[in-house]
Design a protein around this ligand. Structure first.
Ligand SMILES: Nc1ncnc2c1ncn2[C@@H]1O[C@H](COP(=O)(O)OP(=O)(O)O)[C@@H](O)[C@H]1O
Ligand SMILES: [Mg+2]
Length: 409
């Protein structure tokens, strides 16, 4: 790639981030917060930074968009040294998402999202169109949410707006600092699933800080594990970190359930789903029962006119029904195609049916996932990890005396 490439260039190489022996020494502090960090963040990937509190994650992120200036070292965005770029311009090319979205409380949702496009001089129409597009992207109905104020939103909704705002001017890079740290576990799971879906659409280079290892495994293409002193202990794919933790520190960090954690790596859409028997409201119970009896299934899924599951009946329930009605069971075990197998397993356990129904973006039924399917996938994942021999990414701390090995085989 030539050095004359413009700052607007959006090709792969221009979105790779390289931290080259970066050190940050805060005045008055005995030890540097970040010490000789070497790290390459590949374009279009989600790289998770995990590690104990105070190990320098936030400092690292803020040096990338120059909210904090490094004491020494270089940070490259593609072939540009970010310290040569104007800080404001740089930050327009790097969306930044923090806890609770960091929204301005006195501005509406629309005004919050419009901040950067306005600074860039976009036309009113273009901005308005973009706001609707982004709210759709983060699953908030523009008609309902455009004119609300942040305090009129739930924590999860604020976080969604924060993501929309960060994406407003189509930055090639997203920096996220524990964005989902302040929401309840169920909302967090939804926001994570949504980020995965959004990333499939937008393919940004994402640097995501978390102290939650499960979140790192779920979201990351790659994970950097920092030790207490901010040194990199391991930088690798989630699969390989789970299968081959670099040392006891990582093994402890991962915890005992490493086998099950591999389930957070695989998505429902990656496995071969089963086809449930389906029926519609208005059909005769006896007719449907006859249909079910010709299969080895014990249950039938009732779907509405748009293919969305509304209830899930056993043979016994069917035998007692004259006509199938439209009533909706609010407790159906439903999972999205983008959900992890771990989430699917949770849904199955909660349902006690040993299966969950899989729906697409329009909430229509696409299949069924069962325990057997999940078990097969676990075995497959184990086999895959053992034969994997892809290269480890680049990352070390040169400045630290206890430089750790990045595994390489
Ligand atoms: N503005 C600051 N001034 C002085 N020390 C700071 C400042 N910000 C962070 N630190 C120190 O730098 C270290 C790393 O902090 P931080 O990057 O916030 O870690 P993390 O995000 O991993 O919890 C900590 O020891 C912290 O106390
Ligand atoms: Mg932090």
């Amino acid at each position: 790639m030539s050095a004359t490439n413009t700052t607007q260039s959006n090709d792969q190489a221009s979105r790779t981030i390289l931290l080259d022996k970066v050190t940050k020494h805060y005045p008055g502090q005995l030890k540097p917060a970040v010490d000789g960090l070497m790290l390459e963040i590949p374009a279009g990937k989600i790289v998770m930074l995990v590690g104990p509190s105070g190990c320098g994650k936030t400092t690292t992120l803020k040096m990338i968009n120059r909210l904090i200036e490094p004491t020494s070292g270089r940070i490259m965005l593609g072939d540009e040294d970010v310290t040569d770029l104007d800080g404001d311009k740089l930050r327009r090319r790097m969306g930044y998402v923090i806890q609770a979205g960091g929204l301005f409380p006195h501005m509406t949702v629309a005004a919050n999202i419009a901040i950067v496009p306005k600074m860039l001089g976009w036309s009113k129409d273009a901005i308005s169109k973009r706001i609707d597009e982004l709210l759709d992207l983060v699953s908030l109905d523009p008609a309902l949410y455009r004119d609300r104020y942040p305090k009129e939103l739930s924590g999860g909704q604020q976080q969604r707006v924060g993501v929309a705002r960060a994406l407003a001017a189509e930055p090639p890079v997203l920096l996220m600092d524990e964005p989902f740290g302040a929401v309840d576990p169920i909302t967090r799971q939804r926001l994570q699933d949504e980020l995965i879906r959004i990333q499939e659409e937008v393919q940004k280079t994402i640097v995501f800080v978390t102290h939650d290892f499960d979140e790192a495994v779920k979201l990351g293409d790659l994970i950097v594990i920092f030790g207490e002193d901010g040194q990199i202990v391991q930088y690798d794919s989630p699969e390989r970190i789970l299968a081959q933790p670099a040392n006891d520190f990582v093994a402890d960090f991962i915890g005992a359930g490493a086998g099950l954690k591999q389930l957070t790596l695989a998505r429902v859409r990656d496995v071969q789903l089963a086809d449930p028997v389906t029926a519609s409201p208005g059909e005769k119970g006896a007719d449907v029962l006859a249909r079910v009896q010709q299969t080895n299934h014990d249950y039938v899924v009732i779907t509405d006119g748009r293919g969305r599951p509304i209830s899930w009946l056993s043979r016994r329930q069917l035998s007692r029904l004259d006509t199938i009605d439209k009533s909706k069971n609010p407790d159906l075990p439903l999972v999205a195609e983008g959900s992890t197998l771990n989430d699917a397993l949770d849904a199955m356990l909660a349902s006690r049916l040993g299966a969950a129904l899989v729906t697409n973006r329009s909430k229509a039924l696409v299949g069924m996932i069962t325990f057997d399917i999940v078990m097969k996938s676990i075995n497959q994942l184990r086999a895959d990890v053992q034969t994997a021999d892809d290269e480890s990414p680049v990352g070390t701390n040169t400045g630290s005396p206890e430089v750790s090995e990045v595994p390489n085989d």
